[in-house]
Design a protein around this ligand. Structure first.
Ligand code: AMP
Ligand code: ZN
Length: 469
């Protein structure tokens, strides 16, 4: 299996590349995090789940991972919303940082090593602006400091958006802007009345959004690191500007691989706060949807394809996950066969190879999940037939657990499948009643289980149960 390599589509080169970290065995990666002015919507969470799969896959392939995800706690939106709520920016954003971590836990997203807040990195940002001024990339105008994109010859190399010669010197103060506006962008911004401001060496003001990611990644990962990620909407202007800032200051290649997640869309349009077509994770949980089903849905489409969110899709994810859970329960509760007739260890090895190849193929999660479903169909067939031996069962469980270290969808990880314990004890009680020929009691329990959506089958290997789909 060692021949399977990890390959990623690099937005910079626009092709698939074999992955080679700068330091053998160790990966440093930077992931653009949320702007903490409100709850994240499930579109944002799709991007964070892609990064979770990336992180887990890197570990699965044996790398040590150092991941940084910034928390943007100062920008036009956070300032506006904090003001409207009558709170200081720190107090206001604290709430949404907490909510963000709750959402990550709900979706079983592994924690990154660092979650720097922009407002804690002002000295590093000031330092970077000074370096850019010294290198001739920055200029002052109307109390703000701007990056002069015509001084960075490679501007546009990531996004393909080249500055138009006739716009040289045209400036843009807003932090998010359209491709037509390849203009000088603000590094350090003059603040308005009542806005948070830092009185620092480069003059009073506050940081522009792009500056924080360059300053924090250089501080925590070094001037040159392996992977930088975000959603496709980050490519321009955010990542293009990060490159101009970082490489303009250091003269080194900022990040070696650029990976971008496609959007979650609703009826053909990007899910976005500004469009009003969004759901938060809390909205869906309040409607009674299971968090792991939401995770399953959001990872089920490879990250470079758009994912169209529908409730039918969510329902299909629920059924797919229930099929997995039913098979695992069957496997757990069916007594072992003397020897495995149908389930050879070659079947498990084939699954392991296919699963690893799928991940190595630019994190093809659809293919990885397909491999899992194929394996579990074979498990069902074997359980219908001669059964599965204890040895084969151990090998299966290990392979499934390894796969789940990336997928994060198995019931074991849910922390106490208490419902399952209750069902199992009822099934055991029914078996005992049948053994003492108390069929009335046995039937009563069967009815009770049926009301709970559980079907019991009496097989040559004893009673096995599954949840109705
Ligand atoms: P924000 O909080 O707006 O800075 O966004 C956080 C992350 O979510 C960024 O990496 C965005 O690229 C990503 N994002 C925003 N909208 C969507 C969407 N509809 N689908 C997937 N990712 C998104
Ligand atoms: Zn960023």
């Amino acid at each position: 299996m060692t021949d399977v390599r990890l390959r990623f589509y690099n937005t910079m080169s626009r092709r698939l590349e074999g992955f080679e970290p700068i330091e053998p065995g160790r990966v440093r990666m930077y992931t653009c995090g949320p702007t903490v002015y409100d709850f994240a919507h499930i579109g944002n969470l799709r991007s964070f789940l892609f990064e979770d799969i990336l992180r887990r896959a890197l570990k699965f392939f044996g790398y040590d991972v150092t991941q940084v995800m910034n928390l943007t706690d100062i920008d036009d939106k956070t300032i506006r919303e904090a003001k409207a709520a009558g709170l200081g920016i720190r107090e206001y954003t604290d709430r949404y940082i907490e909510a963000f971590f709750e959402d990550l836990d709900t979706l079983r997203v592994e924690r990154a090593e660092h979650y720097p807040r922009a407002t804690d990195y002002i000295p590093q940002m000031v330092e970077l602006v000074k370096r850019l001024e010294a290198a001739g990339h920055a200029y002052r105008s109307d109390g703000s400091i701007y990056y002069s994109i015509s001084t960075f010859a490679e501007y546009g190399k990531l996004s393909g958006v080249r500055p138009e010669a006739n716009l040289t010197g045209a400036r843009v103060d807003s932090e998010e802007y359209e491709k037509e506006d390849a203009r000088d962008f603000v590094l350090w911004k003059k603040t308005g009345e009542g806005e948070p401001s830092w009185d620092v060496e480069i003059g009073p003001g506050r940081p522009g959004w792009h500056l924080e990611c360059s300053a924090m990644s250089i501080d925590l990962l070094g001037e040159e690191f392996d992977i930088h990620t975000g959603g496709t909407d980050n490519i321009f202007p955010h990542h293009e500007n990060e490159i101009a800032q970082s490489e303009g200051a250091t003269g080194r290649t900022f990040a070696h691989y650029w990976l971008h997640a496609e959007h979650l869309i609703v009826e053909g349009e990007k899910m976005a706060k500004s469009k009003g077509n969004f759901f938060t994770l809390r909205d869906l949980i309040d409607k009674g949807h299971d968090a792991v089903v939401i995770r399953y849905l959001l990872i089920s489409v490879p990250y470079r394809q758009k994912l169209n969110f529908t409730f039918d899709g969510l329902h299909a994810a629920e059924q797919a996950l229930e099929r997995i859970r039913n098979t695992l329960r069957r496997l757990d509760h069916t007594p072992a066969a003397e020897r495995s007739g149908e389930l050879e260890s070659a079947v498990v090895e084939e699954f392991q190879h296919e699963f690893r190849s799928a991940l190595g193929d630019d994190l093809n999660t659809a293919r990885a999940l397909g491999a899992l479903h194929t394996l579990l169909r074979q498990v069902n067939t074997a359980l219908d037939g001669d059964g599965i031996s204890e040895a084969a069962r151990g090998q299966l469980r290990q392979a499934i657990n390894e796969a789940d270290s990336v997928l994060g969808i198995m019931p074991e990880a849910e922390g106490g499948a208490s419902g399952d314990d209750e069902i199992q004890s009822l099934v055991d009680e029914r078996t005992a009643a049948r053994e003492t020929r108390d069929f009335a009691r046995a039937d009563e329990i069967r009815d009770q289980l049926s009301e709970m959506g559980v079907v019991v089958e009496d097989t040559p290997h004893g009673a096995v149960w599954h949840k109705k789909n």
